[in-house]
Design a protein around this ligand. Sequence first.
Ligand code: ADP
Ligand code: MG
Length: 237
Amino acid sequence: MPSIVFVSPKGGAGKTTSALILATQIAKQGIGVTIIDADPNHPIKLWAQGDVPPKNLAIVSDVTEANIADQIAEAAGKTPFVVVDLEGTAATIVAYAISEADFVIIPTQGSQLDAEQASKALRLIRAHERGIQKHKPAYRLPYSVLFTRTSPAITSRDTKHVRNSFKNADVTCFQTELNERAAFKAMFSFRQPLETLDPKEVSNIPQAIKNAEEYTREVIAAIRSAKAVEPAGKAKQ
Ligand SMILES: Nc1ncnc2c1ncn2[C@@H]1O[C@H](COP(=O)(O)OP(=O)(O)O)[C@@H](O)[C@H]1O
Ligand SMILES: [Mg+2]
């Protein structure tokens, strides 16, 4: 508990990267995390096979449409946090994962086209909510859009515009953006967390760590405040 599910139908939106950053940052604080690696290419399982065995981090990659809900529930009984990385395209497994989620993060790059893909993820959340609202009218599944791969130097006009349209549509977005950073890519190339990357090989590691920490703080604060307003009783199917 809680289970955080990354959802976006678009490949390349930054799901795997932002899921791994969140999980490794929580684990760094000495808190146990399970990552459910539901992408058939298993990018996170491969990452975990690097030279430095990840601490406080369990990876579950034996995941199918049939067992994902059980895998999430089982992991939630074992570690304080569960992070779910999905492939994005197969709709049914995404719906099952959402049904076990306590919080959904929708990563998106800052352009209009990307935002339209993010809206598809929002529709899945709304559909899930409608199902539960039939017997629990006050139920909401907390979520937030996360802007990824944005420039650390400037906010592009595109991103500003997309942020505004989400705001006008009452769509919650994290203030913190995950910037485009070589270190975030390098985590995968070197199969390491940010903290052990070699500054001779990768530029601006401290800036990337600062960005990762701010993002993690905001996610955890959002989960906490969502829990605080949750109607009494857990609203799961
Ligand atoms: N914040 C970031 N900075 C730099 N590269 C990124 C960032 N987010 C994603 N990428 C790169 O973009 C590509 C797609 O990201 P990924 O996390 O695999 O997306 P998804 O899981 O949604 O398909 C990968 O090559 C990844 O290294
Ligand atoms: Mg992915």
